[in-house]
Design a protein around this ligand. Structure first.
Ligand SMILES: *Cc1c(COP(=O)(O)O)cnc(C)c1O
Length: 396
C-alpha cells in the first residue's frame, strides 16, 4: 500500500525532482511549501476510522509523523531512490536504529574501521553490551570481505569515504559479496548526499544520512534519515517506532527547505573545495590532501565510477609540525570556525586524531586537519589559510 505522499515516480531529472518532490500546493491553499503541521492528537470521524489503519501510512499520531514529515520523507525517497525514508531526531539516532533493527544477542556484524566516531562508540557501548560481536574491517577491502562473513553475520556497515581519513570503499563489490551470503549492507552516506550518490543502484540496502549536514545545510537543525528498500523499510520504521524516535514538524520543514537548494549549494561548495584543495596541494607545509575528488587521491577511480560529485569536506595532512604551532595557526584563521558538524554554508576546521580509535588498520600521519569549505569566496579562504601558514612557520 502506498501513502498519499507516494506519488508515482516521475521521469524528472534530479535537480527538478529536488524542487518538486513531496509538494502538494493544491492541499494547502496553493502554498508552494508544505506548512509546519504541529500535532500530537489527530482526530478521526469515528471509532472505526481511529482504530483501523496503518500507522506508517498516513497521519495517525504525532509521533509517527504529520504531513510535514511525510512530505520530507517522500521527497528524499524520490531523490535517492529508496522505497521509503524514515526521518528521526539525529544522524546518530538513524545509525543506532538501523543497527538495532538487524541485530540481537549472539549476532556478528562487520563495521568499516574508519566509521564516524560516535557510530563506533555506539557499537562498543550498546551493541556489545547486548551481546552482538562487532568486527571492524579494513575499509580498503572489496570482494575479499566475503572471507569475514560468518553464518551469524547480520549486516555489513560501510561509510564511503570514511570520516576523518576519507578512504573510498568499493561498495558494489562489498554488496555483491554480502548479498551472495544473504547479508544486507548498510551505509552512512552523509558525505555523498542523496544527490551525488545513488546507493540502491550500487547494492546498498539501507542508506543513512545525517540530514544535519548538507540536507538541512544551514547549521541550524539536527536530524537523521534512513532510506531503505521495499524489503527492509518496515523493519527499520518499526524499530524507530519501538524506541519512540521521531522528527519534529518544525525541523522537517527546515530540512525540506534545505533540500530545495541542495544541488546548487553542493555544486558550488564542491567547486570551492576543489579550488582550496588544489591550492593546498601546492603548499610546502602540506604532505597530502585526502580528497577522493582529486586525481592524485587513491580513492579517485572509485569515486569517479560511483559518485557524481563530492562533498566539500576533506582532510589535510601537514608536514611534521608541533601541536603548539598547528594550534596557533588554526587559532589565527578568520573564516574557518572551530566547531563540530559540517555541510552548512560556512567553513569549519577541526584537528582530529584518527590513530587513536582504529583496530583493524593502522593510521599513521603527520598532523591532520579536517576542512569543511563553505560558500564564502574561495579567494578569501585561500588567503586566510596562507596567513595561517605564516603563523605555523613562525611558531615553535
Ligand atoms: C555528523 C555525522 C553523523 C551524525 O549526525 P548527527 O545528526 O550529528 O547525529 C553521522 N555520520 C556522519 C558521517 C557524520 O558526519
Amino acid at each position: 500500500m502506498t501513502s498519499e505522499w507516494q506519488k508515482p515516480r516521475s521521469d524528472m531529472r534530479p535537480d527538478t525532482l529536488l524542487g518538486h518532490a513531496g509538494r502538494s500546493p493544491e492541499r494547502f491553499d496553493g502554498a508552494v511549501n508544505v506548512p509546519v503541521i504541529r500535532a500530537s492528537t489527530v482526530l478521526f470521524p469515528d471509532v472505526d476510522a481511529h482504530e483501523n489503519g496503518d500507522k506508517f501510512d498516513g497521519v495517525r499520531y504525532g509521533r509517527h509523523g504529520t504531513t510535514t514529515r511525510f512530505a520530507l520523507e517522500e521527497a528524499l525517497a524520490q531523490v535517492e531512490g529508496a522505497a521509503r525514508v524514515s526521518a528521526v531526531s539525529s544522524g546518530l539516532a538513524a545509525i543506532a536504529v538501523s543497527l538495532l533493527a538487524f541485530t540481537r544477542t549472539s549476532d556478528h556484524i562487520l563495521v568499516a574501521d574508519n566509521v564516524y566516531g560516535p557510530t563506533r562508540s555506539f557499537c562498543m557501548s550498546r551493541l556489545q553490551r547486548n551481546g552482538v560481536e562487532v568486527e571492524y574491517y579494513d575499509p580498503g577491502m572489496g570482494a575479499e570481505i566475503a572471507r569475514l562473513i560468518r553464518a551469524n553475520t547480520r549486516l555489513v556497515f560501510c561509510e564511503s569515504p570514511g570520516s576523518l581519513t576519507f578512504e573510498m570503499q568499493d561498495i558494489p563489490a562489498i554488496s555483491a559479496a554480502a548479498h551472495a551470503r544473504g547479508v544486507p549492507v548498510l551505509a552512512d552516506n552523509t558525505w555523498a548526499t542523496p544527490y551525488f550518490f545513488r546507493p540502491f543502484e550500487k547494492g546498498i540496502d539501507v542508506s543513512i544520512h545525517s540530514a544535519t549536514k548538507y540536507i538541512v545545510g544551514h547549521a541550524d537543525v539536527i536530524m537523521g534519515t534512513i532510506g531503505a528498500t521495499e524489503e527492509h523499510w518496515r523493519t527499520i520504521r518499526q524499530t524507530a517506532a519501538d524506541y519512540g524516535y521521531t522528527a519534529s514538524p518544525d525541523d522537517c520543514y527546515l530540512a525540506l527547505r534545505g533540500l530545495r537548494t541542495l544541488a546548487p549549494r553542493l555544486r558550488q561548495q564542491m567547486q570551492n573545495a576543489l579550488q582550496v584543495a588544489r591550492w593546498l596541494q601546492q603548499r610546502p607545509e602540506v604532505a597530502r590532501v585526502l580528497y577522493p575528488a582529486l586525481e592524485s587521491d587513491p580513492g579517485y577511480a572509485l569515486w569517479k565510477r560511483d559518485m557524481s560529485g563530492a562533498a566539500s569536506l576533506f582532510g589535510v595532512e601537514l608536514r611534521p609540525a608541533s601541536v603548539t604551532a598547528v594550534k596557533a595557526a588554526l587559532n589565527s584563521l578568520r573564516y574557518f570556525g572551530h566547531g563540530a558538524s559540517w555541510g552548512g554554508f560556512e567553513s569549519l576546521v577541526t584537528f582530529p586524531k584518527p590513530e587513536r580509535v582504529r583496530t583493524a588498520t593502522e593510521w599513521r600521519s603527520g598532523p591532520l586537519l579536517r576542512l569543511h569549505v563553505g560558500l564564502e569566496d574561495p579567494a578569501d579562504l585561500i588567503s586566510d589559510l596562507a596567513s595561517a601558514f605564516e603563523v605555523l612557520k613562525a611558531s615553535p
